[in-house]
Design a protein around this ligand. Sequence first.
Ligand SMILES: Nc1ncnc2c1ncn2[C@@H]1O[C@H](COP(=O)(O)OP(=O)(O)O)[C@@H](O)[C@H]1O
Ligand SMILES: NC(=O)OP(=O)(O)O
Length: 309
Amino acid sequence: MAKKKVVVALGHKALGTTLPEQKSAVKKTAAIIADLVEAGAELVITHSNAPQVGMIHTAMNEFGKVHSDYTAVPMSVCSAMSQGYIGYDIQNAIRAELLRRGIFKPVSTIITQVTVDPYDDAFHEPVKVIGRVLTEEEAELEEQKGNYVTKVEGGYRRIVAAPKPQDVVEIDAIRTLSDAGQIVIACGGGGIPVLEQQASLNGASAVIEKDLVSGKLAELLDAEELLILTSVEKVSLNYQSDKEEKIEKMDVETAKKYMQENQFGASTMLPKVEAAVSFVEKKAGRKAVITSIDRAKDGFLGKTGTVIE
Ligand SMILES: Nc1ncnc2c1ncn2[C@@H]1O[C@H](COP(=O)(O)OP(=O)(O)O)[C@@H](O)[C@H]1O
Ligand SMILES: NC(=O)OP(=O)(O)O
């Protein structure tokens, strides 16, 4: 069977939010990942973290108020924590599922840092929603602490800066493991955003879009495919209107035109299409597919999803 290097981006549906939800969601996800492995995909996996990183940040910093010997925990450290515990659950679930199917393939998580530009305009305009939905009173308390919030359906959510990913610091380790035929989970939650200052990498107070880093990672690994697994089977035009139309396929020019027409949700579908375009336009023959996690194997086999080529 021909092997194909694929970067798979897992969205919220693949993970759930709370720990019990995550335990059960990743079991299902692991079966989907194992199907892809059996279908010939050499996988590097990225994943979401927005609800989790918000939860960790709140928990760590509220705890600090109760116990004076606990110090404040910055967002970059919370990103690292989210990579650790989400990766831990995903890697163990995949390992168990592969063993059940008689497949012996190492799976590991790499704590990954991603450089960002200190002058990125995103630092002046936080847009990335994190954490859970807050009541008005909770939102006011967050603002009093110096945090930013935005109105969302059902209440408010915290927002932080989402600078563009520039480079993946641990790329050589990821490539080495992947080239050796191992499954790698990397750049979780968009990667830990870091500023390169002389010899040091200093954590930035931000959360990177995981879809954008997935495109960057696929590019750096020279993958053949970027498979973005979300909650809809296909990307739509005129989404949720009576003129809604599912897109089967788009070339780069068409995708760019739709982006200009604001066809895609700014912090939901747009980064997925942007990542797909940026990955495929850099080299002929590359393919990106956006589909639902439930249809992952069919998406990989070209039977469904929105294809960007
Ligand atoms: N044009 C569009 N076509 C399809 N879905 C869209 C579109 N615009 C916005 N969306 C929304 O994008 C969501 C997927 O984004 P998001 O929930 O952020 O993904 P994930 O967590 O899976 O990465 C879909 O569930 C859908 O509600
Ligand atoms: N970091 C990130 O993009 O997470 P979500 O996919 O959960 O928004």
